[in-house]
Design a protein around this ligand. Structure first.
Ligand SMILES: [Cu+2]
Length: 504
């Protein structure tokens, strides 16, 4: 039997649990004509997604307070703990939060700074860690699952931010077997490393706005439901995409305004194919900072954990909407969520003209090319699904193996330039993430056809579409244990992760 057919048949059995059925019903309803996927009226009917307030002014993420007296040092505290949020107007949602809020506080630093953050894990009964996603931090400061912070314990994460590291990074937990849940319950935040003021080529007049995109699903009582079998298989996709914790907030701008926006996909598993209706997008940066020259973009695919920096020109009066387009990332089983037409952010563009803005420079910064790789690696992604008397057994594998904390999968040497070939033989897209360094995408191959990326960029996460091979070049500068994994967090948890031991 064809694998898909087998899967559909066995899913019908597995999904016959009340929670999974409820999930399917909800998804089916939202596809019916006349039903608004955003669920405006459905919450009131007691069925479907709980409605969230929209159209509130976009809020800025609160900054993490710096306890250091002088410049060059960020000394701060992050406490992970239970908290209560008000997503819906009339009901409370128990969440996990950093310093009481979700998304967590915005960490803002500058190249050359030293960072000392005391992490207090006050999550009841669960270990946690903080992983500094994309950042060049020493391996023993990177929040690996091998270095858990026990419930009730504290630890200090300390590292320096080298010159040239300016970029849009983020932080989130990475404990063994608990990452997916701790993140969807609210633990994630943005970490900006800014260039020195004079070294930043982007005009200050554009501002610098972080848009941290997360995904939320609420049960009728306001709580966050646990992951279903569908969630485990596809990764958890919620009912609402939030920007800085708000649903479709509004931003007021004058006509002719240019804004610098940093977009983060901090969802567990939602692929965001983004477009800006009525405003022009120019791509200026990727996961690891600015690209070499601006690139006009009609749309951007932001897979889980990826970031982009954009300049958006609001040149037409009226409303300009950051919206989603359809993207088929290979959904398993029923209940594929509606992807297209979600309004994430609405800008009200006034018809009075803004003060003239300086133009975007033609060159942003040079990106060094790697030399010829001296080592090559091949990672093959596969999925296994099998019916067992106990239910569906799922595994997400790299080179035929599920993650084992006690096993080293790759031994590498610090300073070596390596070619990594990521081969996706699975039926779903898997965003690949490597810890400890940034990489450059060299090419993509599908059905024997090779395509080169249109521009050079620093990346730490890249989508590998089903049936596709992605080749990238990278180099680990420091010794230690590094993780690589699929950033659909449920897949990471179900085995799609490996360990590279970087030796001095
Ligand atoms: Cu995956």
């Amino acid at each position: 039997m064809h694998r898909r057919g087998f899967l559909a048949a066995s899913l019908a059995t597995v999904l016959a649990s009340p929670r999974a059925l409820a999930q399917m019903k909800m998804d089916d309803m939202s596809n019916m004509p006349g039903m608004d996927h955003a669920g405006h009226d459905m919450g009131a009917m007691g069925q479907g997604p709980v409605a969230l307030p929209q159209n509130q002014p976009l809020r800025e993420l609160p900054l993490l307070a710096n306890e250091a007296a002088g410049p060059g040092l960020l000394k701060a505290r992050l406490t992970a703990e239970s908290a209560t949020a008000r997503f819906a107007a009339d009901r409370d949602t128990p969440i996990l939060a950093y310093n009481g809020i979700s998304p967590g506080p915005l960490i803002e630093t500058q190249e050359g700074d030293r960072v000392e953050i005391t992490f207090s894990n006050r999550i009841e009964g669960e270990p946690s860690t903080i992983h500094w996603h994309g950042m060049p931090v020493p391996a023993d400061q990177d929040g690996n699952p091998m270095d858990p912070v026990a419930a009730g314990a504290d630890r200090v994460y300390a590292f320096e931010l080298p010159e040239g590291s300016a970029g849009s990074y983020w932080y989130h937990p990475h404990p063994h077997g608990r990452t997916a849940e701790q993140v969807y319950r609210g633990l994630a935040g943005a970490f900006l490393v800014k260039a020195k003021a004079k070294a930043d080529p982007i005009p200050a007049a554009y501002g610098d706005t972080t848009l941290f995109l997360t995904d939320l699903r609420l049960a009728a009582d306001g709580s966050m439901p646990e992951n279903t079998m569908t969630d485990m298989m596809n990764g958890r996709v919620g009912d609402h995409v939030l920007v800085n914790g708000q649903k479709n907030p509004r931003l007021a701008v004058a006509m002719g305004t240019k804004r610098r926006l940093r977009l983060y996909n901090a969802t567990n598993a939602r692929f965001l194919r983004l477009a800006f209706v009525n405003a022009a997008m120019t791509l200026i940066g990727s996961d690891g900072g600015l690209i070499e020259a601006p690139v006009a973009a009609d749309e951007i695919l932001l897979s889980p954990a990826e970031r982009v920096e954009l300049v958006v020109a609001f040149d037409k009066p009226g409303t300009a909407i950051l919206t989603t387009l359809d993207y088929d990332r290979g959904w398993m089983g029923p209940g594929r969520p509606e992807d297209k037409g979600l309004a994430l952010l609405t800008a009200d563009v006034s018809d009075t003209q803004a003060e003239p803005m300086p133009p975007l420079p033609e060159r942003l910064r040079p990106i060094a090319r790697f030399g010829q790789p001296t080592v090559s690696r091949r990672l093959v992604f596969t999925e296994i699904m099998a019916m067992k008397p106990t239910g569906m057994e799922m595994g997400f594998l790299i080179n035929g193996m599920a993650f084992d904390m006690g096993r080293v999968d790759i031994v590498a040497r610090a300073g070596d330039t390596e070619l990594w070939e990521i081969v996706n033989q699975a039926d779903m897209d898997h965003p690949f993430h490597l810890h400890g360094t940034q990489f450059q995408l060299i090419e993509r191959e599908r059905d024997g056809k090779v395509s080169k990326p249109p521009y050079l960029a620093w990346k730490d996460t890249v989508n590998v579409a089903r049936g596709e091979t992605v080749r990238l070049v990278t180099r680990q500068e420091r010794p230690g244990t590094r993780m690589y994994h699929c950033h659909i967090l449920e897949h990471e948890q179900l085995g799609m992760m490996g360990v590279v031991d970087v030796q001095a």
